[in-house]
Write a protein that binds this ligand. Structure first.
Ligand SMILES: [Zn+2]
Length: 567
């Protein structure tokens, strides 16, 4: 009994609470200190600077419980951060994490929650006792003495001065070092602000792009019927495509298609849908992302040049640029807008129904964009039972021991995409008119591929599997007859390392749409094609070269093993 009383007194001792609260607040920093790639001096800042701030903040009220509860926001950030570390092993909360929350639909979020249970339990074990003791401290009568608070502030000030010195040294070693980018939790607060600003700019897009024009004009013979098709894939990865060297028959139909130009070394510039897809649809790229707020998409460029433009989607609108761009089309239809209660899960093949009636209208010049659902989790929902080729494919839980089912289901989605693409190509072929199709996935996917055990995509630092995307171009015989040079040039350029930033310019080039925004160096069919060193869209919409991405060595080995250019 005496022991219990003594323990209670110990726990409620304001000095003990003060130290305990400071340690609890520092826990995310201890973890990130181990996981983040930091220079020696920035490591010093990583611990001393937040500690000095927390130490000072915890002295503001006499009862440390009050100060601790006032810092509640930092506990929320800490919890979010620790869960994220559990999921991805490293990285602070990036601006995209906040944007993904508003652009991701609830079923996707639900799929993740199950996997996160251990992390959520851990966070509760860490924070709930501290918050409870904070309440006791608030209600109790004991507080910190004036003398203790004064000393604590002095120590905090000393640590603050030391961390400013360390920050200057860190800056000397790495001029890119910034407390607001590199030190938790300053960076997460900065990232929240950045995300809010991006969200605001996206919402203002109709106003900021209102006066934009491509000044586009057609250069091809006006009597020629022409159809251009862009198929945007979802979460498909090149590593699982037979066309790109996979050892399973995932491309039985495309393997037999003639006039196909596979681009075997194609990388995406972002592993999130809401950024990658708009970069394919517009002139914005990782190298120059901000122009997206002023400019319009490929649909307007073709429209200005006299083409009928159509956007057919099997993805729910997600409040991103994809929605704005889709709305630029003469016809925009979304299979998920008005769901048939008897068929709540439209398949990509259902898009072909809309595609057929569009082709039947017989527009002289036409651009059709199809936004597919491709290989997005849950994989088994992406194809009908009749397309269960690789079995067993029923996924109960996501774990290494059931990886076989997971990969089988994913491979079935690739095989189904193969059939969808072959279906579109067959239809275009039978038109007997010049036609070009470009297909590219928006990003790849992790599927418990290695010891990291990562799953899905959009991690702050991508993996090889998220970056290498299937991309291909197909042209009709009539197109080759009309534009033999464009076809020969595309074939000659196909082996070169490219990024998804070539999609927009290649469509313009192939379609003969002239605009001052056209960049021949990014058009596969142009003799001036000269893709630049590849970059990735960084967290602040800045371009990062591949070697600035801090990929782990096994990912870089994967690039090398497959004969892909790196960096
Ligand atoms: Zn995506």
């Amino acid at each position: 009994m005496r022991f219990v009383t003594a323990f209670r007194q110990f726990c409620l001792n304001p000095r003990v609470l003060y130290i305990y609260f400071a340690v609890v607040l520092m826990v995310p920093n201890f973890f990130l200190f181990c996981t983040e790639p930091l220079s020696a001096w920035s490591r010093v800042v990583y611990l001393l600077l937040p500690l000095s701030v927390y130490m000072a903040a915890l002295t503001i009220w006499r009862k440390p419980g009050i100060s601790f509860w006032v810092l509640f926001l930092f506990l929320i950030l800490g919890a979010f951060q620790l869960v994220l570390l559990y999921l991805f092993d490293r990285s602070v909360i990036a601006p995209d994490m906040f944007l993904n929350l508003v652009t991701t639909n609830s079923t996707e979020a639900g799929e993740l929650l199950g996997k996160l249970t251990p992390a959520i339990v851990g966070v509760c074990v860490l924070y709930l006792p501290a918050l409870t003791l904070g309440l006791f401290s608030m209600r109790g009568e004991y507080g910190l003495t004036r003398r203790f608070r004064l000393r604590a502030v002095l120590v905090a000030a000393l640590l603050g001065v030391l961390s400013v010195g360390a920050a200057l040294m860190a800056r000397r070693d790495d001029p890119g070092f910034r407390v607001c980018h590199d030190i938790y939790p300053a960076n997460v607060i900065y990232n929240m602000g950045f995300a809010a600003q991006s969200w605001h700019r996206t919402n203002n897009y109709p106003a900021t792009s209102a006066d934009f024009t491509f000044d586009a004009r057609p250069t091809h013979d006006s009597t020629l019927r022409e159809v251009y098709v862009l198929v945007i894939g979802e979460t498909s990865r090149a590593a699982n495509w037979e066309l790109f060297g996979y050892d399973r028959p995932t491309n039985p139909q495309l393997s037999r298609v003639t006039n196909l130009v596979p681009l075997r070394d194609a990388l995406t510039q972002s592993n999130t849908t809401h950024k990658s897809v708009p970069m394919m649809l517009s002139a914005a790229s990782a190298e120059d992302f901000d122009r997206i707020y002023r400019e319009k998409s490929i649909l307007t460029a073709f429209r200005e040049a006299g083409f009928r433009t159509v956007f057919l989607s099997n993805q729910r609108p997600n409040r991103s640029f994809i929605d704005y761009f889709a709305a630029e089309a003469d016809r925009y239809e979304n299979l998920r807008d008005r769901l048939d209660p008897n068929d709540p899960n439209p398949l990509d093949m259902d898009l072909l129904r809309l595609f057929d009636d569009e082709l039947a209208r017989g527009a002289q010049k036409e651009l059709i964009v199809l936004h597919t659902h491709g290989s997005h989790f849950n994989y088994t929902e992406r194809y009908p039972d009749s397309s269960r080729y690789f079995t067993p494919d029923r996924i109960e839980t996501i774990r290494a021991s059931e990886r076989e089912q997971l990969v089988n289901a994913f491979d079935n989605t690739v095989r189904y995409t193969d059939a969808v693409l072959a279906g579109i190509i067959g239809r275009l072929d039978s038109l007997g008119a010049p036609a070009v199709l470009i297909y590219s996935s928006d990003h790849g996917e992790d599927m418990l591929d290695d010891a990291r055990g990562h799953f899905l995509h959009s991690s702050p630092i991508p993996s090889y599997y998220q970056m290498h995307v299937p991309m291909l171009l197909w042209y009709s015989d009539a197109y080759e007859a009309a534009f033999p040079d464009a076809v020969a040039t595309a074939r000659a350029n196909a082996p070169r390392p490219v990024s998804t930033n070539i999609v927009f310019h290649t469509l313009l080039g192939a379609g003969g749409v002239e605009t001052p925004l056209f960049d021949p160096a990014l058009s596969l069919t142009d003799p001036r094609f000269d893709p630049r060193p590849r970059t990735w869209l960084g967290p602040y919409n800045d371009p990062l070269t591949l070697d600035e991405l801090n990929l782990i060595p096994s990912d870089i080995d994967e690039f090398r093993r497959r004969g892909l250019a790196f960096p």
